[in-house]
Write a protein that binds this ligand. Sequence first.
Ligand code: ATP
Ligand code: MG
Length: 333
Amino acid sequence: MKNNSKSLVKLENVSVDFSISNSLFADGKKKLRVVDEVSLEIYKGKILGLVGESGSGKTTLGRASIRLIPTAAGKVFFNGIELEKLRKEELRIMRRQMQIVFQDPNSSLDPRMKIKDLIGNPLLVHRIAKNNELKDRTAKIMERVGLSPDEMHKYPHQFSGGQKQRISIARALILEPEYIVLDEPVSALDLSIQAQIINLVLDLRKELELTYLFISHDIGVVSHVSDRVAVMYFGRIMEIGENVFEDPKHPYTMMLIESLPGKKIKPVGKPPRGEPPRGEPPRGEPPRGEPPSIFESRSGCVFYSRCPIGDEECKKIVPQLKNGVACLKKNGC
Ligand SMILES: Nc1ncnc2c1ncn2[C@@H]1O[C@H](COP(=O)(O)OP(=O)(O)OP(=O)(O)O)[C@@H](O)[C@H]1O
Ligand SMILES: [Mg+2]
């Protein structure tokens, strides 16, 4: 990305911890670091895709980026303003600019509420519109996402999965945000419906100049929609950039691509199978090793236990992101 791209969302060394209660722990509690010193920027009007295996911390990072959950360390900036520094009321107002669409509309849409309320209530809560204006704005946004305003008196169960996700998107849009976290927005949908929803969010991005964090474990989807991609593993960003899938540098990114069924993405410019160049991981192999346990204390690179090119140094030194890659063997730091 060119240096003149303006960042809308900026994370600086952000960490998030969760507290787990379990009688197996000495004091009955344990703190788990789920997001570990993540720094990244999401540029205005652009889509940053976030991929990684289940449990790598994608949702947690997305939520932290809009301060839906507190951070244990680091700073989150929105339009240059540090969210942590805002007072409660200021944050509430700022939140209009930052919305989230969840993976499963069945659990994110209250089944007891009518569509008009599910979509329109944020306008009421933020005291932006009421009565006829509220109804008009709700109808308009319903139309924009491909729903008929005539259906605003219905309940979520009267809609299909794809329509429910359109309702979630309408609800996220009603406050005219600048930034939307799309957390696996199509994972729960059939393939044909997935394409419709993806086209909708891409059209909306263009028309409304939105900025997205697009979270998915589906590399095909992420590669299709994103301007830049961040690859997350065990709470850390392994690689970030514009050509992450075309020209993967990190052994984990390579492993993710190699493990795709039918290899949906064929990295452009990738050398043929067979003997890899010196220092490169073998190609065409299934993922090896197990991710470390979240309960283990960590040292060195989190990917070490599965890495085909890791050595003793990697066991001890935590690699930092340099030129978009966090790997001692690739960037030397
Ligand atoms: N509220 C919570 N309390 C304790 N642990 C949590 C909580 N939410 C998430 N975790 C743990 O944090 C880790 C990261 O979870 P997260 O949901 O962010 O991962 P993810 O990459 O979004 O996974 P998925 O692809 O399955 O959605 C997981 O080990 C998860 O079990
Ligand atoms: Mg998730």
